[in-house]
Design a binder for this molecule. Structure first.
Ligand code: BTN
Length: 265
């Protein structure tokens, strides 16, 4: 797998030596975090064929069965303070949409904040985690991406069957996982150096990709559910919601889950 991914990468790809592949791993985010603590450099990528403890947002698990998906994490060592990197997950969402479109020929959208969707089905998820050093300085950021590639509907457990999809299902094409992985890695590397100077342009692109804007949504925070309309995404990636009781609030991805009213999207 690793050799095939390397073959797909362009000659300009900057961090070729720092790509690692493991057939089975607990979670690429967790293991890459350990590698970071041992000094792994900016741009290190860890890919797994299978995860036994894949994690998603808000403490959820991310189903990662063998050889049907891409489970990868990239380590970044940004020099900027965390409050200037609130849009990192949005930039990653844009990059994943670009990568999928370049290989599969379909343009997915983003369900705020970090679900990559197509035809009302979730194809991929993003889990960005910051590791802090002393004080409030970021030691590193771990960007984790899981993409369903070759599954058929029957491969998903019943509870998620009507909302999960794969690249093969939505495109009707045979999917080369190595090609998709290489395109994602290349698109992530393309963020290097532009995150801060092009923040506004990144957020403009995110808003175009984000299918949640303009939708009626339910906002779930712990036990509470509130209903409203998603108005906009702000420059930090927060979702501005007009609730039915008249309040307009910005909700942040770390605390709430947002769903369409009639379907997961
Ligand atoms: C979500 O859907 O909430 C995010 C899912 C992120 C899954 C990826 S798979 C690679 C990396 N390792 C993990 O344990 N999680 C991320």
């Amino acid at each position: 797998m690793k050799d095939r991914i390397l073959k797909y990468l362009s000659d300009e790809y900057p961090w070729r030596e720092s790509i690692h592949y493991e057939p089975t791993i607990t979670s690429t985010n967790d293991v890459l975090k350990q590698m970071a603590a041992q000094g792994a450099p900016h741009g290190t990528v860890l890919i797994a064929g299978h995860q036994t403890g894949g994690r998603g947002r808000l403490g959820r698990s991310f189903l990662s069965p063998p050889d049907v998906g891409i489970y990868l994490s990239m380590l970044l060592r940004p020099s900027s303070p965390p409050d200037q990197l609130m849009h990192l997950t949005c930039a990653v969402g844009n990059a994943v949409c670009d990568a999928i479109e370049s290989v599969v020929g379909i343009r997915p959208g983003i369900k705020w904040t970090n679900d990559i969707v197509c035809r009302k089905r979730k194809l991929a998820g993003i889990l960005t985690e910051m590791v802090f050093g002393t004080g409030q300085q970021i030691d590193c950021a771990i960007i984790g991406i899981g993409i369903n590639c070759t599954q058929s509907p029957g491969d998903f457990p019943e509870e998620i069957r009507d909302m999960a999809g794969s690249l093969a299902m939505v495109s009707g094409k045979e999917i080369d996982r190595a090609a998709v992985a290489a395109a994602v890695i290349e698109a992530l590397a393309g963020m290097d150096g532009i995150l801060l100077p092009e923040r506004h342009a990144i957020m403009e692109r995110y808003r175009k990709n984000c299918i949640t804007i303009g939708q009626e949504v339910s906002v779930v925070r712990g036990e509470s559910i509130r209903y409203g309309k998603a108005l906009e995404v702000d420059e930090n990636g927060g979702l501005i919601v007009a609730f039915r009781d008249g309040d307009v609030e910005t909700v942040s991805s770390g605390e709430v889950s947002v769903r369409g009213l009639y379907h997961y999207v």
